[in-house]
Design a protein around this ligand. Structure first.
Ligand SMILES: [Cu+2]
Length: 141
């Protein structure tokens, strides 16, 4: 009976570990024509986003439109890319060659604490439309 109990404890512990690692989720965003789908994605800190079908596209995280301390990374053209997000807040990005057509998106990590900072930025054109969509989503959270 004692042995059975320790096996049970071991199984339970393994199960808890598995549940812990399952909490960091993976999400995917598809480039479709001149759009990212989904355009706005909401995730939790520690989650990873993978951009797929990225031929002729890239991901450029915009300085001033991401949380303080977050990395304003620029992915290489035409390459699928993954990024793990640790900083809470709204992260706005654009596809460099297609932002004129409105090709951009947002990753909202946890609580959108930098909403006011983003609203205070004066952004127009294709990127402005992406920012408006992200603000609308964040205000509804
Ligand atoms: Cu593009």
């Amino acid at each position: 009976m004692k042995k059975f109990t320790s096996i049970l404890t071991a199984l339970l512990f393994t199960g808890l570990l598995a549940a812990g690692s399952a909490m960091a989720a993976d999400h995917s965003v598809q480039a479709q024509g001149m759009k990212f789908s989904p355009m706005i994605i909401t995730i939790e800190p520690g989650d990873t986003v993978s951009w797929e079908n990225m031929s002729t596209h890239n991901v450029h995280m915009m300085e001033g439109l991401i949380p303080e301390g977050a990395e304003a990374f620029v992915s290489p053209m035409s390459e699928d890319v993954s990024h793990t997000f640790e900083n809470e807040g709204i992260h706005i990005y654009q596809c460099d060659p297609h932002i004129g057509a409105g090709m951009g998106g947002a990753v909202i990590v946890g609580k959108p604490g930098n909403l006011e900072a983003i609203k205070s930025q004066d952004v127009s054109g294709g990127l402005g439309r992406v920012v408006d969509k992200a603000i609308e989503k964040a205000e509804g959270m």
